[in-house]
Design a protein around this ligand. Structure first.
Ligand SMILES: [Zn+2]
Length: 251
């Protein structure tokens, strides 16, 4: 048995409790931090792949995103079936599951109902990098999934995954966005940057034509923005912000 197979067996037996508990805690923190950042409200979600297993963690459907605990996290399999946990998963789970199935590189997926990204999509304004938070995305406009219906079926989930392609984010017109990354921290930071870049683009558009980044500018900004210390700094800042706001109790 090779290392990966052995590891998978350990995880499937449920013996690797500390690693999974740690992921559940981190996911609960991310939910509350997304709430504090006003990127999710009573809806919206973030999930993570259990390393080495074809299973995923996501918070329960009815739980307020402001007070998710590790105990509220459910485990689902690659068909979206709940295999552990006390709640049903969110109804738009197919968006997560089908993205994981399409992208081996993705470890964490978030779905936001984020205001400014939606506002731009309502006016058919492309979200092209024109400020440093936008440097995490591009080059070119972030892809847009045109159907505003909620993502409740595998077919819809596949269509969203196709729109996302190899990108880090896609906009769901009139609905929100999907963000995919290689860790909870990365996906969380990208959620912050996505909404911030949309907000700046919106305000700048009130003043006149947008001066988008050139390929060279984007390349240099993106290089700095994608560094792990920057991602970690954003993550740590929002932990502090959520803690100061009183939203991290028990975590
Ligand atoms: Zn949604």
């Amino acid at each position: 048995m090779d290392d990966i197979a052995r590891r998978r067996k350990i995880i499937e037996r449920g013996n690797n409790v500390s690693e999974i508990d740690e992921l559940k805690k981190k996911l609960a923190m991310a939910c509350r931090m997304l709430f504090v950042a006003e990127l999710v409200d009573y809806s919206g979600h973030i999930s993570v792949r259990i390393p080495g297993a074809d299973r995923f963690l996501i918070h329960g459907h009815p739980v307020s995103r402001a007070e998710v605990t590790p105990d509220d996290i459910v485990t689902v399999d690659r068909d979206g079936k709940r295999v552990e946990g006390k709640w049903n998963p969110p109804s738009e789970l197919p968006m997560h599951i089908r993205t994981y199935r399409a992208r081996d590189d993705v470890q964490s997926v978030a779905h936001l109902h984020n205001r400014m990204v939606v506002v731009l999509s309502m006016a058919d304004r492309p979200l092209i990098p024109a400020s440093n938070p936008g440097g995490l995305f591009g080059p070119g406009p972030i892809p847009v999934y045109q159907d505003p219906a909620l993502i409740h079926t595998n077919e819809q989930g596949d269509a969203v995954a196709r729109t996302l392609g190899s990108a880090d984010a896609a906009i769901l017109r009139g609905h929100g966005s999907i963000v995919a990354g290689n860790s909870i921290e990365w996906t969380f930071a990208a959620c912050i940057d996505l909404e911030e870049s949309a907000t700046r683009l919106y305000y700048a558009s009130l003043l006149g034509p947008i001066r988008y980044y050139t390929d060279d500018e984007l390349q240099r900004v993106s290089k700095g923005r994608r560094r792990m210390p920057v991602i970690q700094k954003i993550w740590d800042h929002y932990i502090a912000k959520a803690r100061l706001a009183g939203f991290m109790e028990g975590l």
